[in-house]
Design a protein around this ligand. Structure first.
Ligand SMILES: [Zn+2]
Length: 81
């Protein structure tokens, strides 16, 4: 019998989500903060696609748009859930 799942849930493995949502919002940056807030909201309601979008925004912002470079407060808090 082949390994088929009748109705595969559209949830991805937790590690994959963690990777998708991995980002480093910069302390004191409103853009990063806003995106991070949205990320968490989207994640909370299971909208990983949208959450990942915000994570990308943050990565872009933290990676390129901040001049202070090392002043980033990396908030890679481990999700407790
Ligand atoms: Zn920022």
């Amino acid at each position: 019998m082949p390994k088929t799942t009748p109705e595969p849930p559209i949830t991805l493995p937790a590690e994959f989500n963690a990777w998708l949502l991995d980002c480093c919002p910069v302390q004191g940056c409103k853009v990063c903060a806003a995106n991070y807030k949205q990320l968490k909201i989207c994640e909370g309601r299971g909208d990983i696609t949208q959450a990942a979008r915000h994570a990308t925004e943050i990565r872009d912002h933290a990676g390129g748009k901040h001049e202070s470079g090392r002043a980033h407060g990396c908030e890679t808090d481990a999700p407790s859930a």
